[in-house]
Design a protein around this ligand. Sequence first.
Ligand SMILES: Cc1ncc(COP(=O)(O)O)c(C=O)c1O
Length: 331
Amino acid sequence: MPVRMGTIPQMGNSLKANIGHTPIIPLEKMSSGLPCTIYAKAEMLNPGGSLKDRLALSLIESAEKEGRLCKGGTVIEVTSGNTGIAVSWICAVKGYRALIVMSDKNSREKQDMMKLFGAELILTPHTVKPDDARSNYMTAERLASEVPNSVYLDQYNNPANIDCHYRTTGPEIWEQTEGLVDCVIAGAGTGGTISGIGRFLKERNPGIQIVAIDSVGSIFTPYFETGDVPQAEHYEVEGIGSDKLIGAMDFEVVDKFIPVPDRDAFLTARKLARQEGLFCGGSSGAVLSAAGKYLRDRTDIKFPVIVLADSGNRYLSKLYSDEWMRSMKYL
Ligand SMILES: Cc1ncc(COP(=O)(O)O)c(C=O)c1O
């Protein structure tokens, strides 16, 4: 009996072949006591460990196609870490210089990962307001105007951010659930994930509930509920919430925003690891914590899908460190 071999991988196609098409996993233990099973789209299984691989590849390849990025070019991006990691490894493969701007609130592991792929990192103080010249946004804009032959991806305002999840993550969820999905719960950082998935799925079925998960202290929930933008307050969870309104967040497709306190986010992420063997970051914990509470009362929802945005390996010194958790009074 001959051994059946697979197809030989094609040279030059490895990036596209490896990114996306992540599995959807039922969370049996974490759904106990709920009227339905929670299904989790495991985005931490992307090669760079987060859903941002999809975005970075799409933004870099559209800059190439439009002729804005060519040999010897530099890619500049602002990030809470995951986009920076994704940009860094894709630039390593494609041979571009990566210049990453990130607030100093984000984990040490994220900084180390970007550097190991050869990226240059500029850390900005998290204590300054978004319009301060020292902020991450303003620093990236300044660099984009100073560095020759550079492209600033600007995930916070680039329409291609929403579009990337509209073209990939949304259709994957629809196909993997055979159109049965009736609720998606995902974190909102730039807003691209929830907006792109929501836009795609609502075109298929306008009744699908789209729930965005925010941090307590972020401006998204108060803006969604009142139309006013308050002063943001500090929160520890990385990747979700915002201190200003941004172009990649489409409030029209969202039915509800739920703000989650840091402690709930971190403790639920730890529980997810112990109960389901899934190793994810604090934003995934926030999503799951909010999903558990929201779905308890929504007996009409039968097939909820949550998005687990990134891997826990970049938070070993934070939420997975008992010492750090105790020092922050979360344990
Ligand atoms: C850990 C984590 N969770 C969730 C998100 C939210 O994704 P989006 O920026 O598409 O709203 C991000 C974005 O950076 C993230 O890093």
